[in-house]
Design a protein around this ligand. Structure first.
Ligand SMILES: Nc1nc2c(c(=O)[nH]1)N[C@H]1C(S)=C(S)[C@@H](COP(=O)(O)O)O[C@H]1N2
Ligand SMILES: [Mo]
Length: 315
């Protein structure tokens, strides 16, 4: 075969891996600089860290003390249908996603609606590290140190009106970079929603990192939701829009299979998925299965949100 000299190689032939690495590098520096700079006036750019490390204060009161899922499991075994429906595709394909610049639009029943840069969105928020369990509806779970802040802080800042009863989130739609969107497996873009009190709960988190690092693209860079007492699909990735509504949003999974995925989707071992039991789960990296806990073990903190509701009906 013909071996090309570097000067003969067209940009279009550069391997995705190298593109991935360059983009990651750029992303790390831009978001890293921004986040490291937040709240540190006077610090010159030359002294800022150049790695993907995020400065975050540990929050033990909202954290579980269970053993962490290994980094490799959390970042190589993912659900991110925009990059394909098998668990290993996101880690292979998400590198091509451009996550900087990134804009987030705040819409609907809110005083300070508008289109904001990610920098504007993040600037006032101090980053915390919180170790949460997350349980996928497909019966695997993980324990991850997420870096981010409570969604409640952001919501208060943008001042929803009294008509805002729900919050709807939308993922980026960019089929050129998200090959899974070229197939109609789901109704793109991916949409999720929370009731206002769920969104305001201190456990509900907007995450920009995990394990002290900027979020890998496959985990939902540059910003994703983490709602630890609900099935994983509620924790929407790569968010570009947050809309406050009076009506309950229709989430993508509910639209695709309403009898399998309801709006609430609280982790509930007593409500089987129509095709499988939800009583047990496999923690990534472990062999033996574990018992699934109501509300994924967060009942003490969140059961009160659903008092009086029939959780078999509102699954
Ligand atoms: N936009 C988008 N967000 C998504 C998904 C997806 O396919 N697209 N998958 C969900 C599902 S089913 C799960 S279990 C979690 C997985 O998060 P992780 O890959 O960081 O573990 O992301 C959720 N967020
Ligand atoms: Mo999931």
């Amino acid at each position: 075969m013909l071996i090309k000299k570097p000067s003969d190689i067209k940009p279009s032939e550069i391997t995705p891996q190298s593109v991935y690495q360059r983009r990651r590098e750029f992303m790390r520096t831009s978001l890293g600089l921004l986040l490291a700079g937040a709240g540190l006036p006077g610090l010159s750019a030359a002294t800022l860290p150049r790695s993907g490390k995020l400065d975050a204060v540990k929050n033990p009161s909202l954290s579980t003390d269970e053993t962490l899922t290994p980094w490799a499991n959390a970042t190589e075994y993912n659900n991110f249908y925009e990059f394909g429906s098998d668990k290993y595709s996101p880690a292979k394909l998400a590198g091509r996603l451009t996550t900087s610049p990134w804009r987030l639009s705040i819409e609907g029943e809110v005083a300070r609606s508008g289109s904001y840069t990610l920098e504007d969105i993040l600037r006032p928020h101090a980053l915390e590290e919180r170790i949460y369990r997350l349980r996928c509806v497909e019966r695997w779970s993980m324990v991850v140190p997420w870096v981010g802040f409570s969604l409640a802080e952001l919501i208060k800042r943008f001042e929803p009106t009294s008509r805002a009863k729900y919050v709807e989130f939308t993922t980026l739609y960019r089929p050129e970079e998200m090959p899974g969107q070229k197939r109609r497996v789901l109704d793109w873009p991916y949409v999720e929603g929370l009731r206002m009190d769920e969104a305001m709960h201190p456990l509900t988190m907007l995450a920009v990192g995990l394990y002290g690092e900027i979020l890998p693209n496959q985990n939902g860079a540059p910003i994703r939701l983490v709602v630890p007492w609900k099935y994983g699909f509620k924790s929407i990735k790569s968010i570009v829009k947050i809309r406050f509504t009076e009506q309950q949003p229709v989430s993508t999974w509910t639209r695709s299979a309403p009898s399998e995925y309801g709006f609430y989707s609280n982790v509930n071992p007593d409500v089987d998925h129509p095709r499988w039991s939800q009583k047990r789960e496999r923690r990534l990296g472990e062999f033996l299965k574990r018992k699934t806990e109501p509300f994924n073990g967060y009942a003490e903190q969140v059961a009160g949100l659903y008092r009086g509701m029939d959780l078999k009906k509102y699954y």
